[in-house]
Write a protein that binds this ligand. Sequence first.
Ligand code: ADP
Ligand code: MG
Ligand code: ZN
Length: 476
Amino acid sequence: MQFEAVIGLEVHAQLKTKSKIFCGCSTRFGAPPNTHVCPVCLGMPGVLPVLNQKVVEFTMRMALATNCSIARLSRFARKNYFYPDLPKGYQISQYELPIATAGHIDIEVDGTVKRIGITRIHMEEDAGKLIHDPQRPISLVDFNRTGVPLMEIVSEPDLRSPQEASAYLRKLRAIIRWLDIGDGNMEEGSFRCDANVSIRPGGSRELGTRTEIKNMNSFRHVEHALAYEIERQKEVLAEGGRVVQETRLWNPEKGRTASMRGKEEAHDYRYFPDPDLLPLVIDGQWIERVKQSLPELPDQRRQRFIEDYGLPEYDAAVLTSSRQLADYFEQCLAAHDNPKQVSNWIMGPLLGLLNSQGKTISQSPVAAADLAALLDLIQEGTISGKIAKTVFEEMAASGKKAARVVEEQGLKQVSDSDAIGQLVDRVLAGHPEEVARYRGGQVKLLGFFVGQVMKATSGKANPKKVNEILRKRLES
Ligand code: ADP
Ligand code: MG
Ligand code: ZN
């Protein structure tokens, strides 16, 4: 029997506000343990939480960017459980009335665009961090992270493969970064994902029994864990067994998932509305204000790059993979109005260089205006495209501007007809046999002669001129 996989993801993204969600403590990462704490985030008796307005606005940005409806009234709830990283004994979250519902984003896998539903987005607080001492039989707890704001994004079970799941996660992360509301760093835990997966006979509309996989901290882990889990469930069914609903942990060393807890041991969180917090009321004006403050979103910008600049879809997708890259492209374009040429140079030499140095576009050693000036030199015919690659490398290494590199290294293109004519004569005189063959009909040898002349000028001769003069001489 043919099975199809059904996947739904729950993503937790840390929001980069300066202070925590219900108190004024700093959210800065990497401070000494238990220095960013106060009676509120430590859950002392008698204190009251106060909602951070920025957390609401950041979540509203995400909700609008993912086509969700924003609830005019939402509510915070207590999710009760006992664990040493949770000083209050409950986590403040949203439950039956989340801030946003019923959105979607479009993902692309192998050239096919697919719409993935977003069930809900809600706000909650993060828990602390347990550190298990490998030397001693004790655990330590750092409460700096307690109360750091999180946004949970729950997808519909619309994903059908590990590749789609990964594309969805990348898209969400790109939006979060684009909106500048979070780091989206999976390795550092500011972007975390639980994956729910089930299988069902192809064509069936019913959902199969799902398992929930935790502990994946990279996109690769998510893909591997899902692929493993789908295969495992298929085997269970093939052997006549049944998939049991449970939570499973991904073990990256073993490349397997293993049962963590079953349905019977699942927590009963006894959710109830938090009596310490008022219902959150958001009026139309506030939503309108946040809408106005949104930047042009990645999908819109990609479309505009295709329509306004005539770029191929592929270029437009690469250039809008981050807001900084899209900005860089348009800054270049402001000074050198040749979209495809600018795109080629960014996607080729520039991204190649950044990749090899492990840098992002914001750390580019060549500023947008300086790349544009280099492209001007090619267009004017001062240097050839080939020499420009050398100039570019020198610009990146030394921080010098294009004109100066060309000047210092004497890289100006030779376009002077007399000078090229002399070189051509010398090359032809040095290869009488090839000249005879050319004249006998082997016109492909033209490339050989061009190569010889270019070599004699270390690539500085204007190739168009070289071609012209060679043809003239050989055909006379
Ligand atoms: P819970 O809150 O108990 O984790 P939800 O019903 O809110 O459960 O679902 C959480 C996630 O699991 C959602 O992303 C949803 O799309 C997904 N999901 C629910 N049922 C299935 C299923 N049978 N197979 C795959 N994913 C599912
Ligand atoms: Mg869940
Ligand atoms: Zn605090």
